[in-house]
Design a binder for this molecule. Structure first.
Ligand SMILES: NC(=O)C1=CN([C@@H]2O[C@H](COP(=O)(O)OP(=O)(O)OC[C@H]3O[C@@H](n4cnc5c(N)ncnc54)[C@H](OP(=O)(O)O)[C@@H]3O)[C@@H](O)[C@H]2O)C=CC1
Ligand SMILES: N[C@@H](CC=O)C(=O)O
Length: 375
């Protein structure tokens, strides 16, 4: 049986769903001759880890307990008395995580980032240097300044990040195959935000914008702060990840990004709760009017991502109802890739583009994918 050690950073919606997938796939993985050995889990404040990272694992009942504790809003610290793991908090966490990473080369350890933090890049770049593998749902490590990005992607075979674009959809894998075959990609166009896709199609059907955004949050489609989605930043990160894969040396500040809310409702000005309760309803009428105007023109509104030789931008566009983008419903994403081989008829990838289940499934598939690196 091949033993793959896994360390999980982030035990929110996606991280917990990943642990549940790992537990529920045990017999399937056993048939495939693989065992995922989870050695540690951390959140923003604490770390639970086995005493001996080289041989031990957090067993399934403990992993499910982690999920229960975190979904109740409690701290990982409450697991300190379980007797099955060590628990660290505060500045000790990073030091210990890096120590775990040092064992990476000998064990084939996979560091899985299901946080929504920009701060993990420091740890990830160190563990990549130690020889660990990195699997990301978190887009932020791939959208930092070029210098840190270059470091992170310097061992491409040890990095997987399918879920950073299109959740579980095979967007990155497909694009990498096209690129590595020497087929030049000259244009990518798509709707890559599950939240904004859901918002547009539900408002079209008559539900107020504020209500739809709150529903998207409770379905697990949005980022922890939905303004990351509504301001276009989350989808801009996805566009940047794709553009950088194509070799473009861009940063987020080089991009045109359209926001659905005004600056005075931004995270530095308005607390999240205030935005959700009082800010959003103030936007209902404006969004409804824009959608009605598009409908009067025989069109629908979609939040579109466009990458070509000259542009890498995201924003609202009126598109024909009967187009690939216009036909999208709910949280589905669609991506059209144009290249020499896909010149007139693009390669089209479409399906569920957000949600904890599909995102965590994409992460799990990435973890299994790296097993070929380890005999
Ligand atoms: N939901 C979706 O459809 C998709 C999500 N993603 C990405 O998946 C990631 C996770 O999303 P989601 O689960 O919804 O987010 P949540 O906010 O539910 O969870 C984030 C988790 O990360 C932890 N965390 C924060 N900072 C750090 C840190 N520095 N080190 C370690 N852990 C940290 C948080 O800790 P604490 O519990 O202490 O707050 C929390 O447990 C995001 O990056 C998101 O963009 C990608 C594709 C689709
Ligand atoms: N918040 C994102 C989740 C996936 O990246 C989205 O709505 O698409």
């Amino acid at each position: 049986m091949k033993n793959l050690p896994v360390f999980l950073m982030g035990s929110g919606g996606v991280g917990r769903q990943l642990l549940q997938h790992i537990v529920s796939c045990r017999s399937l993985h056993a048939k495939q001759g693989v065992h995922l050995r989870v050695v540690g889990v951390c959140d923003s404040k604490s770390l639970v880890v086995v005493a001996d990272v080289l041989t031990a694992e957090l067993d399934d009942s403990f992993l499910l307990e982690v999920c229960r504790v975190k979904s109740n809003g409690s701290s990982l610290q409450t697991l300190a008395n379980s007797g099955v793991c060590q628990v660290f908090s505060g500045p000790e966490v990073i030091r210990k995580v890096i120590d775990i990473g040092r064992l990476g080369k000998s064990t084939g350890l996979a560091f899985v980032d299901c946080s929504a933090s920009a701060e993990t890049i420091g740890v990830l770049n160190q563990v990549v240097d130690f020889g660990c593998c990195v699997v990301l749902a978190n887009k932020k490590p791939l959208t930092v300044q070029m210098e840190d990005y270059d470091k992170l992607v310097s061992h491409p075979r040890r990095l997987r990040h399918e879920s950073t674009v299109g959740a579980g959809l095979p967007v990155i894998a497909s694009l990498n195959r096209i690129i590595s075959s020497g087929d030049p990609v000259n244009r990518i166009i798509g709707s890559l935000s599950g939240t904004l896709g859901y918002v547009m199609s539900e408002v079209e059907d008559g539900t107020p914008f504020s209500q739809v955004v709150n529903a998207a949050k409770s379905h697990g489609y949005t980022e922890p702060d939905p303004r990351d989605d509504l301001g276009g930043m989350d989808v801009a990160r996805k566009a940047l990840i794709l553009a950088r894969l194509l070799g473009r040396r861009l940063n987020l500040d080089n991009m045109k990004i359209e926001s659905l809310y005004p600056e005075e409702m931004g995270p530095d000005v308005m607390p999240l709760e205030d935005f959700l309760v009082n800010g959003l309803p103030l936007l209902d009428q404006k969004i409804e009017d824009r959608i009605k105007q598009a409908s009067a023109n025989g069109n629908v509104l979609r939040y579109v991502c466009l990458i070509d030789d000259a542009r890498c931008e995201v924003g609202i566009q009126e598109v024909p109802k009967d187009s690939a983008l216009g036909r999208l419903r709910g949280s589905d994403n669609v991506v059209e890739i144009y290249s020499r081989c896909y010149e007139k008829q693009p390669l089209v990838i479409q399906g569920a583009g957000a949600g904890n289940d599909t995102t965590a499934a994409g992460v799990l598939a990435d973890i299994l994918d790296i097993q070929d690196l380890f005999p």
